[in-house]
Design a protein around this ligand. Structure first.
Ligand code: PGA
Length: 255
């Protein structure tokens, strides 16, 4: 990462984990361990833990995010939560387009774009996830897939709005599998995304945007991954569920 140009962000993605009691314990343990971080620290938690997370992190350096939001402000969408509802609670970030949403819940590049739009309109910061499947990597089309996902997701997003977007490159084959991309692979695709951003928005925007790596990043491999020039932190699943591991990753990005 290049801290002169942009911010490193370490974000936890708790997925569908932790009940309220467990969430409280994890956050309380985490607060003192990450308080001196020289990077932005975010935890994205299940909707049911947002209130707890917001209350406990008030006055700390930890930002709170949700793991998804709907594209409409309100309406007949049973089971969904709008970006405005999140904003009104005090939530600052939202993950959009995570591969598990694409894989299990029919999320498409177009609905990702609609959700990105809604989140930006509500004043949330977006963690936009993109990444190729294993067969796509093996076919040699990683660049095409990741570029297409990024381009469609950012349709209609202005230069000014781009400042509220973090892109997370998450190769699907590395998520929850223990198979991390090598630091070279991570850097290569983060760089491809940065070059695309330069084409779409210009050099200043490309230099300034935070591009994370995600996929089995952990306390052991974080140092090497975040040391890469184009890797500006990480989106952390499994390892964000243990305060001490998450803190090691935050410290790696603080160097
Ligand atoms: P993982 O998940 O760190 O458990 O691989 C990353 C993610 O899905 O955001």
């Amino acid at each position: 990462m290049n801290k002169n140009l942009r911010k490193a962000v370490i974000a936890g993605n708790w997925k569908m984990n932790k009940d309220r009691t467990e969430a409280k314990a994890l956050i309380e343990e985490m607060i003192p361990l990450v308080k001196d971080a020289d990077c932005d620290v975010v935890i994205c938690v299940p909707y049911t833990n947002l209130e707890t997370a917001l209350n406990l992190t008030e006055g700390t350096n930890i930002g709170v995010g949700a793991e998804n939001c709907h594209w409409a402000n309100s309406g007949a969408f049973t089971g969904e939560i709008s970006a405005l509802m999140l904003k009104e609670m005090g939530v600052k970030y939202v993950i959009i387009g995570h591969s598990e949403r694409r894989q299990y819940f029919g999320e498409t590049d177009e609905t990702v774009n609609q959700r990105v739009r809604a989140a930006l309109d509500a004043g949330l910061k977006v963690i936009l996830c993109v990444g190729e499947l294993l067969e796509q990597r093996e076919q040699g089309i990683t660049e095409e897939i990741v570029s297409l996902q990024t381009k469609v997701a950012l349709q209609g997003v202005t230069n000014e709005e781009l400042k509220n977007i973090i892109i997370a490159y998450e190769p699907v084959w590395a998520i929850g599998t223990g198979k991390t991309a090598t630091s070279e692979q991570a850097n290569e695709v983060c760089h491809i995304i940065r070059v695309l951003i330069e084409k779409l928005y210009g050099k200043q925007a490309a230099d300034g945007i935070t591009i994370q790596y995600g996929g089995s990043m952990n306390a052991k491999n974080a140092d090497e991954l975040v040391a890469q020039y184009d890797v500006d932190g990480g989106l952390i699943g499994g390892a964000s569920l243990k305060a001490s591991d998450f803190a090691v990753i935050v410290n790696a990005a603080s160097k």
